[in-house]
Design a binder for this molecule. Structure first.
Ligand code: ATP
Length: 320
């Protein structure tokens, strides 16, 4: 491999810039040339390709978002689109690629590998929903952003002796909800992986909490369950306690990355460039059991994971 490309794809996540910076600088250190692909696979097919030097990634480690922009691209899910992508890589002398994104992006990365472009994936998503890894770039910043916002909601919720439903992101995964539930000391945590839809039980707990003298009742609801607004109306009607819903939304995807996201993204980015430099392809960089490792992309995509039962059990005790 002589020249590598780097792109970000799917949803953005704080720390992606730190990963890009590490890919670029490590690759240059190993004697490789680097090109940045703008707007994910969409930009690849449009040949939005720029040369990257060490200074191209100056002043970005502290910035949220991704300097390469990100996009979703339907065309790249087709065999023709993938072939076109691989041909464009060859035309620009790109024989290696780092793809920073989620599962969908890794499926695309697997296809590029099969077409002869050495490709390495890096897990970039705030949702933590990538099975092969215990850490994804952006999760730490996102949970800290959500936690700080929920602390603020708790203040006003207490003053008004309200019930608050706070909906956090995570798509179909409940990791952000679970961490905020524990970190914010919420009264209830609704996770897509565990919630049985028993709203009466939820209402009974709110009434019981009020009887025990609790001034607020914070319910963390995961995006995968949703319907926070209508849930709030039903809870208010059933309990007589004023209930408000707040959907935190896209603020969770932005902001300056935490130290952990900067450092882990840097290590992962460096590892991706190192793997390409020694001729590896079709691998995903992951963090598993306290170590940075890499997996075959197809094997990684076939893995499944669930929220840690122990953490959920602890959360259930602490919220009482
Ligand atoms: P996030 O979970 O953060 O949204 P993601 O990578 O899972 O990230 P997707 O929208 O699923 O986000 O995928 C990003 C892009 O990857 C798609 O727009 C498409 O171009 C490409 N992609 C997705 N699935 C495939 C596939 N099966 N084959 C080839 N490319 C794919």
């Amino acid at each position: 491999v002589k020249t590598i490309g780097v792109l970000t794809s799917g949803g953005d996540a704080p720390g992606m810039n730190a990963a890009i910076r590490a890919v670029v600088r490590t690759a240059i250190n190993k004697g490789l040339k680097v090109k940045g692909i703008m707007r994910g696979y969409a930009g690849l097919l449009e040949e939005e390709i720029v040369d990257m030097e060490s200074t191209s990634v100056s002043d970005i480690i502290n910035r949220g978002g991704t300097i390469l922009y990100t996009a979703r691209c339907k065309e790249f899910t087709t065999a023709e689109g993938q072939q076109k992508g691989a041909d464009i890589c060859r035309k620009h002398g790109i024989d290696g690629m780092v793809v920073i994104g989620g599962d969908g992006s890794f499926r695309g990365a697997g296809k590029l590998s099969a077409l002869g472009i050495n490709t390495i994936g890096l897990p970039g998503t705030i949702d933590l929903d990538i099975a092969c890894t215990d850490y994804t770039i952006g999760f730490d910043t996102a949970v800290n952003t959500a936690m700080e916002a929920i602390d603020k909601i708790r203040d006003t919720s207490t003053s008004h002796e309200r019930c608050s439903i706070v909906e956090v992101m995570g798509r179909n995964a409940g990791y952000i909800a679970l961490w905020c539930g524990i970190g914010n000391g919420a009264e209830d945590i609704l996770l897509p992986e565990r919630y049985d839809g028993n709203e009466q039980a939820l209402i009974n707990r709110i009434i019981d909490n009020r009887r025990r003298g609790k001034k607020h009742n914070i319910i963390i609801n995961a995006e995968g369950i949703g319907h926070s607004g209508s849930m709030a109306k039903r809870i208010e009607a059933a309990t007589g306690i004023e209930t408000r819903a707040t959907i935190l939304g896209h603020m969770q995807r932005g902001g300056t990355p935490t130290c952990k996201d900067r450092v882990y993204a840097s290590i992962m980015g460096a590892k991706a460039a190192e793997l390409l430099a020694v001729g590896k392809s079709n691998r995903l960089v992951a963090y598993k059991h306290g170590e940075f490792v890499d997996f075959d992309i197809q094997e990684a995509l076939n893995m499944t994971k669930d929220i840690p039962e122990e953490q959920y059990e602890i959360a259930k005790i602490l919220i009482r």
